[in-house]
Design a protein around this ligand. Structure first.
Ligand code: NI
Ligand code: MN
Length: 222
């Protein structure tokens, strides 16, 4: 399993299938890839904010991946002429053989003023790996439950503050979820976000997790 970071909250998981999460590419000056280069078989979007929905509709129209998103976001995709499976919190679907579970995130979700359902995280199960992408979220106690129920080996956690957790609070999230590997995201993209992960690495490693910091375009092999 190879995890490639495309900046902000966008990750590509390459195992038996290619799974793309939150493809905010053309609006992100830090992205090292062009949306036209991405060929996902599964496409996931955590919530309707522009810095997550990003290029999703364009990529979906070109590549026709299987999509699983919260109901309201699925309706939005369908209105754009894109097939998408609607789901909701703690529900699972199988997309191209990849099991995807929608998890809660403590955040809002809208697009152009339109309500887009709950903001979500995802658990992606592929090739024996359980990968938890927390989406945009604040700290919430059910992260402990997510850790207990799903035992994710890998977690992507937002650390940029202001719209999500700070690096310090993200350490508390890692404490609850207890992943083996944690990858920080949603920082440095914009001036209003934290420009560094601060004390996150030291704090998260005290929980026993290995912190993997990826630059846009970099990959980590599990
Ligand atoms: Ni957001
Ligand atoms: Mn965001």
């Amino acid at each position: 399993m190879k995890i490639t970071y495309h900046g902000h909250s966008c990750f590509e998981l390459s195992g038996s299938r290619r799974v793309l999460i939150d493809p905010f590419i053309s609006g992100n000056p830090a992205a090292r890839v062009k949306p036209e280069e991405l060929e996902p078989e599964v496409l996931l979007v955590t919530h309707g904010h522009e810095d997550h929905l990003g290029d999703a509709v364009h990529i979906a129209k070109r590549v026709k991946p299987e999509i699983g998103v919260v109901h309201e976001l699925a309706v939005f995709f369908q209105e754009q002429g894109v097939e998408a499976a609607g789901m909701n919190l703690y529900g699972s679907v199988e997309l191209a053989g990849v099991k995807v579970t929608l998890l809660p995130a403590l955040h809002s979700s809208s697009y152009g003023g339109r309500y887009m359902g709950s903001a979500c995280g995802y658990l992606v199960e592929m090739d024996g790996w359980r990968i938890y992408h927390a989406g945009d979220t604040g700290l919430f106690g059910d992260m402990r439950l997510i850790g207990e129920v799903f035992s994710p080996q890998v977690m992507m956690v937002p650390v940029g503050d202001r719209y999500t957790m700070s690096p310090e609070l993200a350490v508390r999230a890692v404490e609850m979820v207890k992943p083996d590997v944690v990858i920080p995201m949603h920082y440095r993209t914009f001036p209003v976000l934290a420009q560094s992960i601060g004390a996150f690495t030291e704090g998260a490693e005290q929980t026993g997790a290995r912190v993997v910091v990826l630059e846009p375009g970099e990959s980590h092999e599990l």
